[in-house]
Every structure is written in structure tokens, then in C-alpha cells.
Design a protein around this ligand. Structure first.
Ligand code: NAD
Length: 361
């Protein structure tokens, strides 16, 4: 079999992890990179000792090559344009999280995927954590009964990033999209991604805009804290909280409440940079009645074996390309994630509950 010819669009921070993962897969050849910052793609490829790989200053030029797939590693605001163009050029696409900034962008991306017949997968590597998978299997096994309430927790006490993450033009959305999308994915994927119906939300940026807490306060334009009450299909409510900065170590644990039992899931303890939910989860407790007595049973954690989560995410995408299989993390699910982020932004700006309307695609 010929090697898959893969390119990377956006050769900044996370592109390095994509390149490392792709280079570790024998069936893949990393043949090109593109970045709108002049010379950045060339320097990136050279740092991986890939002088034969082609460097471009625009993703459109990269897409003129004969490629099988691309990783889209640009900042949030250019995901949609790069993904839609890559699909139209006949490439399978692995796009970094969050899927986009708005729901309408996510809809356009899904429509482009459907029109192309190619795979579009969104990069949520915590899905490959063995204990995250255990939570999903406990819930889908039915031990909790009917799930009616989920609380997302975690959040950072101090952890506002810099660079392209804090302005409207490049990031579009702050903590809510950057790490909130992981919390939403963990909650929704664990219960089979029901459709979101309404959102009542609050968002603020008291820390990012205050030079006492953040040195780039004059450039900070997005949210650093948000909370929301989300109604999901099937009479389920999701109580969401996320933070890049706050005077608290956590907004709580992840809680799944069912009619027969509950699950409490802790983030791994990370004092200052905690609660990102972008890696493995912490402890799990099964809350149930045993012989009529309320009981808390720790669920033994399995050790993640072998490749790291990021490698597994890229490998799953490459496997899907090779087998022409379904996208490992499909847009049919992640569009709901993006719809909630969109709803939180609208609701917090309008200061009232909003309805989530997702076109049938
Ligand atoms: N999965 C993870 O663990 C993880 C971790 C960090 C970041 N991310 C996501 O990855 C994305 C990028 O984050 P980053 O930290 O690498 O940001 P970054 O700013 O370091 O890199 C983004 C790069 O994209 C380039 N770019 C923007 N638009 C472009 C276009 N149209 N064509 C070509 N290049 C373009 C920029 O010039 C920049 O070099 C974000 O969406 C972020 O949320 C994911």
C-alpha cells in the first residue's frame, strides 16, 4: 500500500503533537505544512528534519497538492474555512477542538463533509482515556438507571493562556470553547450525545481583563468563566461550569445522577493548572444503596496502556482513513457540543434562556 500523504494546516503549538503522532505511524508520510505567518511552516518542517516536505503560506496552496488527508491545527476562527476548503479538495480532515466558534460554522462544516463523502473527525483525545471509557460503559450498561442530572466540574484557579487564545479575531470564544468543549464532550459522550434543547447561561471575564491577575489584560476580549443550565432531550439537565481563573480550586466534581445510582468523577489533582479535562480523568466513585444503606464504592482505575492519548487520537483518524470507516469522533455528535457553546454565548449576552435550533442535516 502506498503511504497516506498528509499535510498540516497551521504549524503552531499543537501542530507539533500532530506531526510527532503522524511521524510515528508507518503508513503515513507527512508531506506538507502551511501557515499564514511567512516562513513558519518551513521552519516547522525543518525542525522535524523534513526538508523534502513542501511549505506554503496559505492552506489553499497546500491543498493544490495531491493529499489524502490534513490535520487542521489553526486557531479557532479559521477552522471552518480550512476544513471546508480541505473537504472540497478531496481530503479527509482531522480538525482540532473546538469544532468552530459558532453553530452556523459547524453546520457549514458538516454540510461540506456530507457533500464531500470524506471523513471529518474532531480532536478530543480524552475520549481515548481508558477510565473515561469506563464511565461511559458503566452508564451505558444501565447500572445508574435513568440519568436525569449531570454536573460538570473542574475549572482552573489560575490558567489563562496567552497568544491566539484571548482575542475575538483568532480565538472567538475563551475558556468556554477552549476547555469547556472537553467538559461538554465528556458529559454528552458518556450518555450518548442527546440533543440539547435550551440554555440559560452566564459568562464573564473579571480576571482576564484585570492587570492584577493577567498581564495581557488590555488584549483580553473573551470569557474566562461561564456557567449554564442546559436542558437535553430525554428529560436530562446539564449543569455546566468552566473557568480559566477564579478564587476557587474547583467548581466541583463531575456528577452523574441516575434513578438507581450515581457516579462522582474527579479531575486529576493539578494545583494551578487543574480541571482542563483535556487528558485522563481522576478518581471515580460509584454511589449506590447496598442492602438499603447509601454506599460509596471507589471504582478501580485502570492504567492507560501504551501510546499516549494524543497518539491514539491521530491513529484512530488514520485507521478510519485507511478503512474508509466512519469518523472516530463524528460531527453528528460534536455539532451538539458546538450548539451548546453557541447557546451559552447567546444566552449570556441576551441575559435570558435561549432555544437551541440545529438544522436537520
Ligand atoms: N487537543 C489539544 O490538546 C489541543 C491543545 C492545544 C490547542 N488545541 C487547539 O488547536 C488549535 C491551535 O492551537 P495552538 O495552540 O496550536 O495555536 P497557535 O496559535 O500556536 O497555532 C495556530 C497556527 O495556525 C496558523 N493559522 C491560522 N489561520 C491559518 C490559515 N488559514 N492557514 C494556515 N495557517 C493558519 C497561525 O498562524 C498559527 O501559527 C486551537 O483550536 C486549539 O483549541 C488543541
Amino acid at each position: 500500500m502506498n503511504k497516506l500523504r498528509i499535510g498540516i494546516i497551521g504549524t503552531g503549538g499543537i501542530a507539533r503533537k500532530h506531526a510527532q503522532a503522524l511521524l510515528a505511524i508507518p503508513e503515513v508520510e507527512l508531506v506538507a505544512g502551511a501557515d499564514i505567518v511567512p516562513d513558519k511552516a518551513r521552519a516547522f518542517l525543518d525542525s522535524f528534519d523534513l526538508p523534502q516536505a513542501a511549505a506554503f503560506n496559505s492552506h489553499q496552496d497546500l491543498l493544490k497538492l495531491d493529499l489524502d488527508a490534513v490535520s487542521v491545527c489553526t486557531y479557532n476562527s479559521t477552522h471552518k474555512e480550512c476544513v471546508v476548503d480541505a473537504l472540497a479538495a478531496g481530503c479527509h480532515v482531522l480538525c482540532e477542538k473546538p469544532m468552530s466558534i459558532t453553530l452556523s460554522e459547524a453546520v457549514a462544516m458538516r454540510q461540506a463533509e456530507q457533500a464531500s463523502g470524506k471523513i471529518l473527525s474532531i480532536g478530543f483525545q480524552p475520549r481515548y482515556d481508558i477510565n473515561t471509557q469506563k464511565v461511559k460503559s458503566i452508564i451505558s450498561g444501565g447500572d445508574l438507571g435513568k440519568i436525569y442530572y449531570i454536573q460538570t466540574g473542574g475549572g482552573r484557579r489560575r490558567g489563562i493562556p496567552g497568544r491566539t487564545f484571548i482575542n475575538k479575531e483568532q480565538a472567538g470564544v475563551g475558556a468556554l470553547a477552549d476547555i469547556g468543549c472537553y467538559a461538554l464532550d465528556f458529559a454528552l459522550n458518556s450518555i450518548g450525545y442527546p440533543r440539547p434543547l435550551t440554555v440559560s447561561a452566564y459568562a464573564s471575564n473579571y480576571f482576564g481583563t484585570n492587570p492584577k491577575y493577567y498581564p495581557l489584560a488590555d488584549q483580553f476580549q473573551v470569557d474566562d468563566f461561564s456557567a449554564a443550565f442546559i436542558r437535553l432531550e430525554g428529560d436530562i439537565v446539564l449543569d455546566f461550569r468552566m473557568s480559566w481563573a477564579m478564587h476557587m480550586d474547583t467548581t466541583g466534581d463531575f456528577l452523574f445522577l441516575g434513578t438507581d445510582a450515581g457516579l462522582k468523577v474527579r479531575q486529576p489533582h493539578m494545583k494551578w493548572w487543574g480541571g482542563a479535562w483535556d487528558g485522563p480523568i481522576g478518581e471515580i466513585f460509584y454511589m449506590h444503596d447496598q442492602f438499603g444503606v447509601p454506599t460509596e464504592t471507589p471504582v478501580p482505575l485502570a492504567e492507560n496502556q501504551g501510546a499516549d492519548l494524543f497518539q491514539k487520537k491521530v491513529q484512530a483518524f488514520v485507521d478510519a482513513v485507511i478503512t474508509n470507516g466512519p469518523a472516530p469522533i463524528p460531527t453528528s455528535q460534536i455539532i451538539y457540543n458546538q450548539a451548546i457553546i453557541d447557546g451559552i454565548i447567546r444566552s449570556s449576552s441576551e441575559k435570558k434562556e435561549v432555544t437551541i435550533e440545529i438544522p436537520e442535516l
